[in-house]
Design a protein around this ligand. Sequence first.
Ligand code: SAM
Ligand code: SF4
Length: 320
Amino acid sequence: MLDKYNRVINYFRVSVTDRCNLRCRYCMPEEGKPKLEHRDILKLETIEKIARVAVGLGIEKIRVTGGEPLVRKGVVGLIRNLAALKKEGLRELTMTTNGTLLSAYAEDLRRAGLDRVNISLDSLREENFRAITRRGSLPRLMEGVRAAREAGLSPVKINVVLIGGVNDDEIEDFVGLTTHQGIEVRFIELMPLGEASDWEANHFISNSEVLRRVPRLIPLPAQSGGMVARMYKLPGGRGSVGLISPLSSHFCAECNRIRLTPDGKLKSCLHSAEELDFRDYGEERVEEFLRGGILNKPLRHLIREENFVPVTRKMHEIGG
Ligand code: SAM
Ligand code: SF4
């Protein structure tokens, strides 16, 4: 379906929970937060219904996210039911996960019909990894990366949020991962949202820093179809490096996505407080709900502009 600026909206990010087993400093407060009440969280059957209607409206790619999607009970069954939408026009079904539970789930997810995973990994040094996630275990996560590759959830993409003074000294090491492994390492600029809305200014690093530190990266031809990453490769490298720069070079003109939060809010822009509430529509008016969100999609975000109001909802509540 087209939005009112003639952008094709074909990518749906569906967050299935606001809960998480980690506490990344830029995403979630240390003490966690009062979790959404069970009754406020969309049932898996409702999510499936919304997804089916969305595919009918032209959604071709669904990404399941959270919070941590693998802590939601029944997530493998959800993937199986979403994968069945491939008969109705869905082309790709993916997940963003922190990877900590992947060694247990990768095989089942693949069998259920998941195509691939993006795994968030902000440090390759155990101590730093713990400091960022406050409770993660790097060996466990690496085990998850291995399990995902073995299960064929590939190409595995590693998401690295660049944080000045925290992990920018690891840029070369992350790029180095693509020398021998067929993975894609994606550097993502820190966005001023939720927990990060205050400290983004002090910790922000533009993705151009990656090219400054690793000048031998070779640009790859731009891909069509709403790809927001600019792609690079090391000479002779097996994998690739993606730069996702929502701030330093925003991709609003090509933005093809809408988002569903775990409590049923439809967000057509991550950086806008505007949202539609599924409860105002209900199961009978799913199409109207989705059409309304798509048609209201703003032209662009206003970050770093005078009128910008940071979104107070935290990233784990929205779904990254
Ligand atoms: N728990 C899963 C994970 O960490 O992959 C999925 C949800 S998480 C909110 C999705 C992605 O959003 C992660 O890659 C995370 O690093 C990213 N993220 C969270 N807050 C962010 C921020 N302020 N700026 C940029 N990326 C952010
Ligand atoms: Fe959890 Fe992902 Fe947020 Fe980290 S980024 S706290 S893993 S939801």
